[in-house]
Design a protein around this ligand. Sequence first.
Ligand code: FES
Length: 124
Amino acid sequence: MPPNLPLSDAAVPRREAQFVRLAETQREPLSFFIDGREATALQGDTVLTAVLMQQRRVRESEFSGAPRAGFCLIGACQDCWMRTEDGTRLRACSTLVSAGMRVVTRLAGMAATVAAAPANGDPQ
Ligand code: FES
């Protein structure tokens, strides 16, 4: 295989994705889940990269329902907060995706976990 061709589906551009992988396509693939749907990422991807390689948003705004896809990509803007299926919050741009990780992007998927969240002013 020529060195510039991707090794896995995680490196293949998807029409509905926000990101297109241009480099480091040879890293090992791993499987994770977005809203219960299995997806493929590459070892070392952040959750933000892994999700936006599949689709155009990481979550819906809890205020307007509008799609959000992160903004700063460096852990400063708070726009990429997501939850795992068990309710754990994570900042997608500064958390590495791991094999078997299960993240949710839709408000309906987060409803039960938001209700259980502490009322300490942390972003939901
Ligand atoms: S994209 Fe800004 S904090 Fe993650």
